[in-house]
Design a protein around this ligand. Structure first.
Ligand SMILES: [Zn+2]
Ligand SMILES: [Zn+2]
Length: 165
């Protein structure tokens, strides 16, 4: 569903797509929490290039790195990129991160997958003040206070700091 036939239009074509959360399309990388709405504009340019502009909104599930609970990460993406026909694709294009298509078929799957993955936080947290799981008793400290003695800082680097001192 993310493949577009470039023979079907001469200069510019817009598309409104929906990817339902039940659609397994990206299932290897993430789970869709809210249906994706994608607006796309494909513009044919000179030198066998196509300019792809678009927006994507929706949400995916991520796991909080502190409490390990699943939470919803909203996506509001704007993207613009250039695709070029493989027949005229050069090393220079590759270095300037120009994407590639073959024949009349432009496939946006891989590009969108990467765009979404790049938007994911490096350290996912459900909320900024998530208290996480107690490293001593294993209780979720968002739910109950366990009363274990923790030395103020929950950073995994705290022990390292003490060693360096
Ligand atoms: Zn959390
Ligand atoms: Zn505890």
């Amino acid at each position: 569903m993310l493949k577009f036939n470039l023979a079907l239009f001469s200069d510019r074509q817009e598309y409104d797509l929906e990817i339902k959360k039940t659609d397994p399309i990206f299932h290897k990388d993430f789970k869709i929490a809210e249906d994706f709405l994608i607006n796309l504009a494909l513009t044919k340019d000179k030198d066998s290039t196509v300019i792809v502009e678009g927006t994507l909104s929706g949400a995916i599930f991520l796991e909080c790195g502190r409490c390990l609970k699943q939470y919803t990460h909203e996506l509001e993406l704007n993207f613009v990129t250039i695709f070029k026909d493989k027949a005229v694709y050069t090393k220079e294009d590759e270095l300037s991160e120009v994407e590639v298509f073959k024949g009349n078929e432009l496939d946006l799957y891989e590009y969108l997958r990467e765009t979404i993955i790049l938007d994911m936080p490096l350290k996912p947290v459900c909320t900024e003040d998530c208290k996480g799981i107690c490293s001593i008793c294993g209780k979720d400290r968002n739910v109950e206070k366990c009363g274990c003695e923790t030395k103020g800082n929950d950073s995994p680097f705290v022990d390292l700091k003490n060693i360096i001192k």
